[in-house]
Design a protein. Sequence first.
Length: 454
Amino acid sequence: MISQDCAQSIKQQDASVKAEPPKGLIIAAPSSGSGKTTLTLALLRYFKNNNLRVSPAKVGPDYIDPAYHAAAAGRPCFNLDPWAMRDESLSSIITHSGQDVDVILTEGVMGLFDGAAGGAGSTAELAKKTGWPVILVIDVKGMSASAAAILHGFASFDPKVTIGGVIFNRVGSPRHAELLKEACTPLGIPVLGYLKRQDDLVLPNRHLGLVQAIEHSELDVYLDKVAEQVGRDVHCEDLLKQARLSVLSHNDMHSFVPPIGQRIAIAQDVAFSFVYPALLEGWKNAGAELSFFSPLADEKPCAQADAIYLPGGYPELHVGKLGRNLAFLGGLRQAAQNNKTIYGECGGYMVLGKGLVDTRGNHHELSGLLPVETSFAVRQRSLGYRDVTTLNHSFLGRKGSTFKAHEFHYSTVVGDESDNPLFDVRDAAGQEKGQVGCVRGSVMGSYIHLIDQY
């Protein structure tokens, strides 16, 4: 349990005094698969169960882990992307998500120093920008004293990154835990606890990552189970004491991508769930009115909307049903006839096309608003950061407007994207990726997920 003294010390002392910005911590690891997601979820649920107001965050472009974080914490999870976001954007998210909370707990991405070329966008870069300490999670299956060498290496690799403590994952026995602590004690870095080896705590996966939180029927049971373990085996009070204030200046939330209309209807269900909360908050703060509809439930976009946003997700898993949902498809076609802006990203882009070929080679007819055919029959992964430049005047701004973005999909375009592409694209290393997406009248889309404008 979190002691009353500890809880009180990080809460506001006087509600009449303007709250100071919250402190932050980062959970990171030497590599993917080390257990940082499990630990982050466990801590978020443990703190929530002990009445601490903890705001979750995730480093980098990710839609799936943040949904788990939100479920664990009972609060929206915001992405913090030091490659794709300007510093003022990062600070605006920290300011916004930190309102009325005690701590921002951030899960890193990949290994601590891994990112785009030169480590850009890494968890370490965010740690340096914010000044937040890193709690390192080390998977110690098959090692004992060697864990101290790993910890020493990560703590000394970049003196601008503070390692505030270490937690060992997949510890085999109490004696194993003792050996780990003995080996690390000379380093002077706090050993904050252990997670025992429990294979039943592994979350299910599919082709873009974890199965979505909304599809995990026993998620609350899982979260309470890992929270109980963390409360027993991790020194949560000592971990909280490592948190520090962000050194970034404080800014109000702004638009990361210009609102696509004044009244925006947004597809939202298990097939269309890849939306950054900061995008929606930015639109609302810019004065846009948001409504939501479910394509899977065969709902139409709000008739009063002047724009429709189809985000990414997993429409390929539900394409048979989507292709039969005539009210949804008819609503899109009617909106296009009325010259309303319709914008699709990744999965939403596929649905705006003529059709989709599934993994078995079956063709499914879709809205037909863009001259695009996509296919999963021959899977080809496209993954990475993107610099994009608009090729048309649109809600995104004048021709030549620039954005930082991300791309992650396994399908390919097998039909023409027309002679009116949406973006010119370069990767994070500056290599040309060509022109992508397409525009037809007021309808536009691409595989690109826009993150921030530059």
